[in-house]
Design a protein around this ligand. Sequence first.
Ligand code: VAH
Length: 319
Amino acid sequence: MEKYILIIGACGQIGTELTMTLRKKYGNDHVIASDIREGNETLMNSGPFEILDATDSNALEEIIAYYEISEIYLMAAMLSATAEKFPMRAWNLNMNSLFNVLNLGKEKKVDKIFWPSSIAVFGPNTPKEATPQNTIMEPSTVYGISKQSGERWCEYYFKNFDVDVRSIRYPGLISWKTMPGGGTTDYAVEIYHKALEEGTYNCFLKKDTVLPMMYMDDAIKATLQIMEADAEDIKVRSSYNLAAMSFKPEDIAQNIQQHIPDFTITYEPDFRQAIADSWPSSIDDSDARADWGWKADFDLDKTTATMLSNLKKNKAEAE
Ligand code: VAH
């Protein structure tokens, strides 16, 4: 049977690149993009798009039936910084969208589901270095609590209703094609834009705040890899730890200065510092490596070179 995929939250930081990658792999008309609002021109011109509120189960069921969807990637969520400002809206979006999708799996209306978790599931009492797959998880943010709860529900639906839902705990993600939306790790994207636009960046985290990070190409690769793995190889049905690199703002600033020597950075921590302080510095992703062959490609040097070269090219084309 032909595979038709629905991406919910297709216009977000991950969703945008995931949609284009899946369309390239499976064909534009086999990948239906959906979001609460329209996305960029490239995405909108590359295949079918539907306006969809991920918490509206009736609207979701209509789309599933109309396009004969067999797989769902649920990428819609309110991220850590914004969720602290709107806790109940964040809980409603992050949880009810997941229940809508998991119930479609329980009713056997879709065969396979991807749902993103995050290193935000870990909290202040979690071991900070090489955080294990299974460890203390006491998230202190609304976003982290919703992701920890979501992981529990994913495992529950797998064990009790045989729903093939797969999940990855993404670190902070860095990409040049779309701006991030309301996260604590957003500084690692903003800094490249500001370095080129203004030659300086005022960072909202302290210079020694080490966080796990990943270039978007690696995150997309991992997402396709876990979804294409044989079901029996997916031994973790809550969510897999995933890692690529860890760095602090000072590291990324020094890396940029290798390309833009006059670049300067200042530090003005805000409310997001407390969020970052509750998260691990590095992640042990040995289960993902062992179960479905995960391995990252991008380190900080390669990330900086890729970000700056593409942003420069983008700026030149826009002028
Ligand atoms: C955030 N980018 O900052 C997200 C991510 C690990 C952080 O989940 O909220």
